[in-house]
Write a protein that binds this ligand. Sequence first.
Ligand code: URA
Length: 186
Amino acid sequence: MNDKQARLDQIAAEIGKSNVCPDLAKTAKHLVPGEGNPDADIMFVGEAPGKKEDETGRPFVGAAGRFLDELLLSIGLRREDVFITSILKYRPPNNRDPKPHEKDAFWPYLLAQIEVIQPKLIVALGRHGANCFFPDLKIGEEHGRPREWDGYTFLPLYHPAAALYNGGMRQTLIDDFKVITTLSRN
Ligand code: URA
């Protein structure tokens, strides 16, 4: 097995062992640590697993995930080419918003995943993911505009779920995804 994959597996195991967010762990069916290419140049960080993700243990496999697959295809990528995770690794009950202490609890594990993967580009999907990196970032104003975070190129985008039923936002996300192509060429 790829050494990076072994280290990612270790991080996932550590979340279980360290009993991170015991309340969420109690109501969740599965841990959803993230998946994809451990050597990926691009890493996507969403918000939290939903129902389908909780049932399968895999990130972005529901309706938002299908749209994410479409967005990836629109720039010539497949999900096997990238790494996909979320800030929370357990589903919050009834898909409620992540709480600040929950995001704080999972943050070190996200950092550890970034350190293993060493992506060229971190793409935050939605404000909860984005605000972990930049607490004051306003996604409505900053989406599609790259900046630097800790030596990495960072791109905040709208969450695909928010754009599912909003034609304007959907098109914005399609347009913003093109920025990924430009950034990952550099
Ligand atoms: N939304 C997210 O932010 N993450 C998932 O894994 C699924 C939906």
